[in-house]
Ligand binder design. Structure first.
Ligand SMILES: [Zn+2]
Ligand SMILES: [Zn+2]
Length: 316
C-alpha cells in the first residue's frame, strides 16, 4: 500500500532549516510531483503565552509562523489538501507543554515531541557529570590557551553535550542509556497526564512526533529501547489511543531500513498498533530534496502491519 501524505516538514522559517530553497511553494510543488494528496507544514513553535522558552525557541513564536500560514494558503495547492500545523515542544524536565489549547485553533494539527533529548538542561535534566564538566573545562582550556577569555572558554564548554564528553568523564554509554530510556518513558507518561494536553486533544488533532526516538543519542536507539519496560509502554499507549492521540511514523528515524525486523522503532509501532494508536507519516524534511524519502513509509508500514484502518483520520 502507498501513503500519499507527509505531515512532518520544516520550511526555511524554522531556525534549524538552512536551505533557503525550502519555501512553501517549492515544498508543495515537489509534494504534488510525488503524488501526495495531502501535505502538512509543521515548523517549530513555542506559544509566546507560555513561559520558559530556550534561546532556540525564542523567536519561533506564533508571531513568527502565522505570516507563513498566509503564504502557504496563498500558494497554488497543486490539487492537494494543505494543512498548517506546528511542532510544539514538550519539556519533560519541567512538565511544560509549549502551547495553550485556547490559542491552538489557528493550527490544523500539532506534533508534540517527548524525546528532544539533545536539549540537555531544557527538555531532559542535565546530568551532574555534564554540569561538572561545563564548570571545570573552562579552566582546563585557559591553562592550555592562556590568551582565551573566561567568557569564550565558558561558551566553548557549553557547546559540549554529554555524549561529546564521554571520553573525558568517568561515565559509560550504558549508564547514559539508562538515564535516557527512563526519561523517554517518564516524559511520555507525564505528557499524557498534562492537563493542557487533555484540553488540546479536544481542540485540534494531536500527533506525537518521532515517539521514543532519542534525538540526543540516535546511535543508541536499540540499547535504550531494550531498557524500557514494555508493560509500562503498553499502558501508556492504551491511554494515548483512548485520548485519540496519533503517532508520527517519522520515516528517516528508522535507521535499519534494510533490516526492519531488527529496527526497535518498528517494535514500538507494533505495540502502538496493538493498543489502537493511529498513524500519520512524515519525513521531518528540512530540505525539499528530502521529500521523496517518504517512500520508505511503504516498507515500514508493511513491517509494522499498518493498514488503511490504522491511518489517522486527519490524513485519510
Ligand atoms: Zn522533533
Ligand atoms: Zn521536526
Amino acid at each position: 500500500m502507498k501513503f500519499h501524505h507527509d505531515i512532518h516538514t520544516h520550511t526555511e522559517i524554522s531556525s534549524c532549516c538552512s536551505d533557503r530553497m525550502a519555501t512553501p511553494e517549492n515544498f508543495i510543488r515537489a509534494a504534488a510531483e510525488l503524488g501526495h494528496t495531502m501535505f502538512g507544514f509543521s515548523n517549530h513553535l513555542w506559544d509566546e503565552s507560555v513561559e520558559g522558552e530556550s534561546n532556540f525557541y525564542h523567536k519561533q513564536t506564533f508571531a513568527h509562523i502565522l505570516p507563513e500560514k498566509e503564504r502557504i494558503f496563498a500558494a497554488d495547492n497543486c490539487g492537494m489538501k494543505i494543512l498548517f500545523g506546528a511542532e510544539v515542544e514538550y519539556c519533560g524536565k519541567s512538565d511544560t507543554l509549549a502551547l495553550r489549547a485556547e490559542n491552538a485553533s489557528v493550527l490544523d494539527y500539532v506534533l508534540i515531541p517527548h524525546t528532544h533529548t539533545h536539549m540537555e538542561g531544557f527538555v531532559i535534566p542535565m546530568t551532574d557529570k555534564l554540569a561538572e564538566f561545563r564548570a571545570t573545562f573552562p579552566n582546563q582550556l585557559r591553562e592550555a590557551f592562556p590568551w582565551m577569555s573566561e567568557k569564550k572558554a565558558q561558551a566553548i564548554a557549553n557547546t559540549f553535550k554529554l555524549p561529546d564528553t564521554m571520553p573525558a568523564l568517568d561515565y559509560s554509554w550504558e549508564e547514559y542509556d539508562e538515564v535516557v530510556a527512563e526519561f523517554m518513558m517518564k516524559s511520555f507518561e507525564q505528557l499524557l497526564e498534562n492537563p493542557e494536553l487533555e484540553k488540546l486533544t479536544h481542540t485540534i488533532p494531536v500527533i506525537i512526533a518521532h515517539p521514543f526516538y532519542p534525538c540526543g543519542t540516535i546511535g543508541r536507539v536499540e540499547q535504550e529501547y531494550n531498557l524500557i519496560d514494555k508493560e509500562r509502554m503498553r499502558q501508556a499507549f492504551l491511554k494515548a489511543a483512548k485520548m485519540g492521540i496519533a503517532f508520527d511514523v517519522n520515516v528517516n528515524t528508522y535507521r535499519l531500513i534494510d533490516d526492519l525486523e531488527r529496527e526497535p522503532l518498528v517494535k514500538v509501532m507494533r505495540l502502538a498498533k496493538e493498543c489502537g494508536v493511529k498513524f500519520a507519516f512524515g519525513t521531518d524534511a528540512h530540505r525539499v530534496d528530502v521529500l521523496p524519502t517518504i517512500n520508505k513509509g511503504d516498507a515500514i508500514a508493511e513491517a509494522v502491519g499498518i493498514t488503511n484502518d490504522d491511518i489517522f483520520e486527519l490524513v485519510k
